[in-house]
Write a protein that binds this ligand. Structure first.
Ligand SMILES: C[S@@+](CC[C@H](N)C(=O)[O-])C[C@H]1O[C@@H](n2cnc3c(N)ncnc32)[C@H](O)[C@@H]1O
Ligand code: SF4
Length: 357
């Protein structure tokens, strides 16, 4: 197949997928407007435990913007108690943290305890918990806490660049040696305990890494991963990586507003887990239950505006070009698994060790 035919096929496939999704969103919207219970639509809980971080990564757009530094742990417990105790909820995934660093949060031990408690008490509450880690503070004690808790199923390890220098350039003020040492301890302990956690390496490479071979240590990290994802920072249009720098709202709904609930460090619910500034916040979880928020007039109103292609009237969404994105980051996710298998079939088992062109 020629390249242009391949591109056409890709575009047709994307349009079909988009159309299929759009039908399901219209169905979700009509269901809500008709007053039906829509709690089972929530598949992913994304939690921001703090709006501050120990690092200042070059491409990360976290901004505190007057938000609370730390999430009130009682609000976290309130959320977990509600979703674990009500069988109408069918939460599949919890992603910690969507921004900021988990171990900067002073109550991280309580997060583990609370989650475990409600899992133990409610056999229906079995979310696939994903922890994102920058590895600067992840020492032996914390590693054991995470591995032995039985709560976390997947660890996404953020290792950008192709060597120590490009890593430190993308993730200041992280020290590569420290992160590597913690990573080695983590891999060792995970093996000793029977590979309890799936290790995923998230490797971003900017222009400094284009065409460059991985250093020995970086190769060691990538090889130790059970899976590897790669991203190329190009442009951010407020919320997402796009091939073109377009700062305009996309038309219609987006996948996030139908399957995701994001809890910000201020204890508020926002529309989107890509919103690391709290600009799409629409309800306060300290005042209402999640069920009330999910069925609220505020949510109906913003979905109606999206339905009418008036995202330009919605704060935060008015600079966003997302329509549908696979926000299921589980390594078991079908689309991700097929992509992984195809890549290794075409480019070889360790396809991710190739330098980026
Ligand atoms: C936002 S961080 C939050 C968790 C934790 N602090 C960490 O760094 O792993 C989650 C992931 O997003 C990635 N990330 C940051 N900026 C990005 C960007 N502009 N494009 C794509 N991914 C980005 C990071 O490399 C990291 O792997
Ligand atoms: S990518 Fe993670 S470690 Fe880096 S600044 Fe953002 S939240 Fe912090």
């Amino acid at each position: 197949m020629s390249q242009s035919n391949g591109n056409v096929a890709k575009r047709v496939l994307k349009s079909c997928l988009w159309f299929g999704h759009y039908l399901s969103w219209v169905y979700g919207y009509l269901k809500l407007m008709a007053g039906c219970n829509a709690l089972k639509d929530i598949k992913i809980l994304s939690i921001e435990f703090c709006s501050i971080c120990n690092l200042r990564c070059k491409y990360c757009f976290i901004e505190q913007k007057g938000r609370a530094r730390f999430l009130d742990i009682n609000i976290y417990e309130k959320l977990i108690k509600e979703v674990a105790g009500n069988p109408k909820y069918k939460i599949k995934i919890m992603e910690w943290p969507i921004s900021g660093e988990f171990f900067v949060y002073r109550d991280y031990k309580r997060v583990i305890e609370i989650t475990k408690k409600y899992m133990d008490e409610n056999p229906n509450f079995r979310p696939h918990v994903i922890l994102n880690e920058n590895f600067m503070l992840f020492d032996e004690e914390k590693i054991d806490l995470i591995l032995k808790s039985g709560v976390v199923k997947q660890l996404i390890c953020s290792f950008d660049g192709h060597d120590a220098k490009s890593f430190e350039d993308m993730r200041p003020p992280a020290q590569f040696e420290q992160c590597l040492q913690n990573f080695r301890t983590f891999v060792k302990r995970n093996k000793e305990l029977g590979n309890l956690v799936h290790i995923q390496i998230n490797n971003g490479r900017d222009e400094n890494s284009i065409g460059q071979k991985f250093s020995e240590e970086m190769e060691e990290i990538l090889r130790a991963g059970d899976s590897v994802t790669q991203w190329k920072p190009k442009f951010w249009n407020e919320s997402f990586n796009g091939s073109k720098k377009v700062y305009k709202p996309a038309k219609g709904f987006c996948s996030f507003v139908f399957n995701n609930v994001t809890l910000s460090s201020s204890g508020e619910i926002s529309k989107c887990c890509m919103d690391l500034k709290g600009s799409t916040v629409y309800a306060d979880l300290s005042k209402y239950t999640l069920a009330e928020i999910w069925h609220s007039n505020a949510r109906r109103q913003f979905l109606t505006l999206m339905f009418k292609n008036r995202r330009d009237l919605l704060k935060g969404c008015n600079t966003c070009a997302i329509t549908f994105t696979n926000n299921d980051n589980r390594y078991t996710n079908k689309i991700r698994t097929i992509k992984r298998r195809l890549m290794s079939l075409i480019y070889g088992k360790k396809y991710y060790l190739k330098p980026l062109e």
